[in-house]
Every structure is written in structure tokens, then in C-alpha cells.
Design a protein around this ligand. Structure first.
Ligand code: ZN
Length: 233
């Protein structure tokens, strides 16, 4: 797979070179934590040349079955072609000087995450994004014990098995364990409690308490129903 992508990057560079693009640079990020494997950067003479370079790329790549995740050509001084794991930037010289790879990758990462997440309604946003709490005994899963898996409302990551759920009577769904690695704990803004968030998307779930003696694990994940989606077996 990686070799295929390398070959494609070479092909992209070749097309750019044939069309007289200048200063072609390739960043291989596949060994890093970045969410793209390759970034190709090149300079066009003027914006019309940049648009011509974009056209020259589109046809052969489409013929190869490549899908374009996004093409930003509104400003021909800086065209971005996003193939998902490969991003090509076509700049005019002035724009290239202003470009900061690190900054750009952070920005795109945020956009991609937002696109991948489920849209949230106002109440879901209040709880999940702004760390609110649903009213006790009001949530869908407070008194609910079907077999299945609870996933994150925002990003669909599996968080809790129904086998970990127990009835605490506290007013919110209670679990004595999460699916390994699915949850992150952090000190709550109140400086006392421990907040739990989805490890993948950072969405607020609720709080975790220890030593209450409800179950053998002596742990209670106190989770807002609204932050979860139940998938039955
Ligand atoms: Zn999530």
C-alpha cells in the first residue's frame, strides 16, 4: 500500500515537472503521527499557471480511480488538492513564502474531524461540547439494560459494553468499566471531580467515581445518556 502511494506521489511530481512547475518538494510523513502520508508542494509562475497545473493533475488521477477528498481552488494563488492521504499544494511564489506546513496540517486536521463527526443538536452540544449535565433520571439509558454496546454520540467509538452497566440509582447510566482505551480521565474544571471524555473526539461524557462499593470493581462511570448511542446485539 505504502509503496503504491509512493509511486503515485512520484507520478504527481512528474506531471508537475512536465508542466514546468518549480521547486517541487515532497514531505513524507507516513512514519509520523500526522493524518496524511505525503505533502507535495510546488510553485507556479502565476495563478493561471497554477490552475493549469491543477487541470493537468485531475485527469490522470481520476483515471487511476483516485478520489479527490477536496479541491480548494477558490484562490489560485494557493490551490490545495486533498486526496485524503496525499495533499498537493500549488502556490504562487509569494504565497509559498507565507506557508507553514505544521500550521496548515493542524488546520486541516480539525476540518476533517468535524466532517467525520455526527452533527449534534443544541442539547447534545451543551452536554458533549460544553461539558453540561443532563437532568438526573431524565436520560434514555438511565434505567435501560439491553445487551449491546454504547458508542460515543459524536464519533461512534465504542465506549461501554452493556455487561459493565449497573443500576446505581444515582440518576444517570452507570458503568463499572469502559472498553479499554476508549475513555480519558482528567481533572474537572471544578478542581475536585474527575471528568471522563471520549479518547477519540474529546467529547464530554460525565465523571468517574471510586470507592463507592457498588460493584466489585468499585468504580462508577457516571455518564450522560445523551452522550451515548446504544447499539443492541
Ligand atoms: Zn467520541
Amino acid at each position: 500500500m505504502q509503496e503504491n502511494r509512493k509511486a503515485l506521489v512520484q507520478e504527481i511530481c512528474q506531471i508537475l515537472e512536465d508542466k514546468k512547475a518549480e521547486n517541487i518538494e515532497v514531505f513524507n510523513l507516513s512514519e509520523t503521527d500526522y493524518f496524511v502520508d505525503f505533502v507535495v508542494i510546488t510553485t507556479a509562475l502565476i495563478d493561471r499557471h497554477a490552475l493549469a497545473l491543477l487541470d493537468a493533475l485531475k485527469k490522470p488521477l481520476k483515471e487511476k480511480g483516485e478520489s479527490f477528498y477536496h479541491i480548494d481552488d477558490e484562490n489560485p494563488e494557493w490551490i490545495v488538492v486533498d486526496l485524503g492521504d496525499i495533499i498537493v499544494h500549488i502556490f504562487t511564489e509569494n504565497q509559498r513564502k507565507k506557508f507553514n506546513l505544521e500550521e496548515f496540517l493542524q488546520k486541516i486536521l480539525k476540518q476533517k474531524e468535524l466532517l467525520m463527526y455526527n452533527p449534534l443538536n443544541t442539547e447534545e452540544q451543551r452536554v458533549i461540547l460544553h461539558k453540561g449535565t443532563e437532568a438526573p433520571f431524565s436520560g434514555e439509558y438511565e434505567n435501560f439494560f439491553k445487551k449491546g454496546v454504547y458508542v460515543c454520540k459524536q464519533c461512534n467509538t465504542p465506549l461501554y459494553e452493556s455487561t459493565s452497566k449497573f443500576h446505581s440509582g444515582c440518576g444517570w447510566p452507570s458503568f463499572d468499566a469502559c472498553i479499554q482505551g476508549a475513555i480519558k480521565e482528567q481533572l474537572d474544571a471544578d478542581g475536585r471531580r474527575t471528568e471522563i471524555i471520549c479518547a477519540k473526539c474529546g467529547g464530554h461524557l460525565g465523571h468517574i467515581f471510586f470507592g463507592e462499593g457498588f460493584t466489585e470493581k468499585n468504580t462508577r462511570h457516571c455518564v450522560n445518556s445523551i452522550a451515548l448511542i446504544f447499539n443492541g446485539e
